[in-house]
Design a protein around this ligand. Sequence first.
Ligand code: XMP
Length: 510
Amino acid sequence: MILIIDFGSQYNQLIARRVREHQVYCQIEPPGIELGKIRELRPEGIILSGGPSSIYEAHSPRVAKGIFDLGIPILGICYGLQFMVDALGGEVIRSDKREYGLAALKIRKKGGGVLAGVEKKTRCWMSHGDRIGRLPKGFRITASTENTEAAAAEDAKRRLYGLQFHPEVVHTAEGKRMLENFLFGVCRCAKSWTMKSFVLDAVEEIRGTVGDKRVILGLSGGVDSSVAAVLLHQAIGRRLTCVFVDNGLLRLGEAEKVRALFGKNFRMDVRFARARKAFVEGLKGVADPERKRKIIGRIFIEVFEKEARKIKGAEFLAQGTLYPDLIESRSAFGGPSAVIKSHHNVGGLPKKMKLKLVEPLKHLFKDEVRLLGKELGMSDDVVWRQPFPGPGLAVRIIGEVTEKRLVILRNADAVLMEEIRAGNYYRKLWQSFAVLLPIKSVGIMGDQRTYENVIVIRAVTSEDAMTADWAKLPHDLLGRVSSRIINEVRGVNRVVYDISSKPPSTIEWE
Ligand code: XMP
């Protein structure tokens, strides 16, 4: 395994994903990690990440210096390199000017180590202020750019390597090879991280943790909770009980699909809590999106708790928490996506019911969860499901949520999704959905003037929902969606397409 020390760079999770793409397991830990813990983890190599700090700041993050005496190969990237240089007695030159962007990289002498086999002239991605003034004893410069003499350096004897640029971003042409060199040439890692091996380990671990007790899992039908359910089911069978809350805010046919898939196909113990009425009644007269969310969250917990209390002997609550949530929740630097997931979690429930948490996906990235789902025999239909917000259609009905407006939106959304799938766009889009606006507009149908609702079509491409671009869907597809919605969905006489990107807009309208 590779240990990645998190100095707060925005690219940290990217480093981890790059390592895992090479089938090497890695773990991200904060700089405060103790040497004893590092020894326990027995990493084959350590990567010191980049970060926004200057080594000269009063509270710049540092790892215990002894890390360099463990005899473990280390690769310092950007701030990670500067920390290494400073800690080993070299000198970092303070600078207020940032070097940012592409730079031509010249390899000094054909060497080995991290730069083995790299083209003599290549491109790299720089993003730093401070730079190296003097290297510690034993180091030599291995590559330079016009502005940065020590763009790469090494002490091959001690197996310490440093790159001032970012090998993990695609703009560094040979970054992949450099990481490969470190993982396999320097650290001699084995390619042992596969979903097959993960399943074996995870099943054993779940059995060890849970013993002969029961586990409850809140099933939403989304990728994470679905994959977690199948994995747990494989480990403990009928001692897993899933609770699915039908809040009436789901897409057309969604609740039935979940019932068929998990109840019938996988033969799991799934309890369906039908609570449509409670949610719609709770939302009566409420237009403010944050209030809607709070009400939905509160009713969800009430319903879930009532259902969970019926399950005798349950000691554990399982959640489909993913690695990014785990890293960000404990990172000293905070993170962007933590906020998104908070709506989802059954906050407070475990404590109230004295349940212990099981989070079998907490070391996986989203793309790995999909691979895991495939490994567990799940269909593409579930594994590639687009994200769907916890409060469901309530954030896609602008203004008050009523039974009538839910029907309009659900039917319009169903037409859209049918056409998106038929046109083979479902997987190419991060999300696609319909939104119902709180205004009416004039139209004409036959000889009649109409005064009806407006539906917005939203379709975006994205990597992680932090940024998103509106999808350039073909006009004929949009045309078909529009005429079908207006013809088939009672109460709609106008369809518009949302052509805004995030930022500055958001994906959902709320
Ligand atoms: P925005 O609209 O902020 O959405 O660009 C980013 C991602 O988060 C999802 N989202 C939510 N998910 N509860 C959720 O579980 C919510 O209240 C919520 N609001 C937004 C959204 O669908 C997108 O994937």
